[in-house]
Design a protein around this ligand. Sequence first.
Ligand SMILES: Nc1ncnc2c1ncn2[C@@H]1O[C@H](COP(=O)(O)OP(=O)(O)OP(=O)(O)O)[C@@H](O)[C@H]1O
Ligand SMILES: [Mg+2]
Length: 321
Amino acid sequence: MIEVEQLTKEYAGQAAVRGVSFKVGRGEIVGFLGPNGAGKSTTMRILACYLPATSGRARVAGFDVFEQSLEVRRRLGYLPENVPIPAELRVDEYLSYRAALRGLSGNRARARVAAAKEQCALGDVGRRIIGQLSKGYRQRVGLADALLHEPDLLILDEPTIGLDPEQIAQVRDLIRSLGERHTVLLSTHILPEVEAVCSRVIIIHRGRIAAQGTPAELTEQAHAATHIRIEAKPPAGAVDAAALLAALPGVEAVERVTGGAGEWRHFELRAAAGMDPREEVFRLASARGWTLREVSRRQPSLEEVFVRIIHSGEGEVNRES
Ligand SMILES: Nc1ncnc2c1ncn2[C@@H]1O[C@H](COP(=O)(O)OP(=O)(O)OP(=O)(O)O)[C@@H](O)[C@H]1O
Ligand SMILES: [Mg+2]
């Protein structure tokens, strides 16, 4: 659905996107991640035909975004970073106007406005003035606008920015349901959001692709550590429990210890990549007469993975510093 090859964009000689290549298949929900200034919005604007690239190629549904932009726009709904919605219009007026701009008229236009409103749960605010709506509702008006012409592909630039947790959850559910019928490329800084809705992630950093894959593949690629949390009560006078744990095979380090002798104590172990020392922990506890009430494994979060991937490329020149 999206094919990007060696895409480069320079603003006044400064490269914002440098030789980026990736693909998004039909029906995928792909998360576009990266720190501020990474080039996410620039790439999305190029895909949405709002900005010409300096070099490289981008195609949407097989159509070139530079040479066949009308065909591309017909198949694509775009929610820009800052949705420019006129505050003085009513929701229905705005959506009808946008439908007309897209060449829809009469019953067809009315039916599409109603359907997009329903998809975005805007049913009861049609008569409200946009400027008086909450930010979450305004965001949904932007989404409804992007859906009016039934595009195959949705490009959503930070669709949940500035929303409260409840609205974030609502917009996230909405995106997930949109993903049943549309291909979605969305950018965000909220990593749990990516884990909740995206089947695949592309991480961009300083204009280049730093990594891509499913969240599980990225976790593996980043060699991010698995942590084992233990709550145990070694008998009074026992030898140093932390040292015994640190000596177990597969344990790289004992990172945190709380509690004193003869009491319940917490230990946090860092396991070597691909290792799971939980069995060894149980054996040690039983051999030493410790009472155990928790041995649990915490997989690295996408957040840790993200930070590791971004920092592993830190050797390069930083043109903004
Ligand atoms: N119109 C412009 N003129 C000049 N430089 C620009 C322009 N738009 C973006 N840039 C620069 O291009 C780089 C990439 O910006 P972009 O907006 O694509 O980043 P982003 O990944 O969307 O960041 P954010 O997470 O902050 O939205 C930044 O260094 C930015 O300063
Ligand atoms: Mg941006």
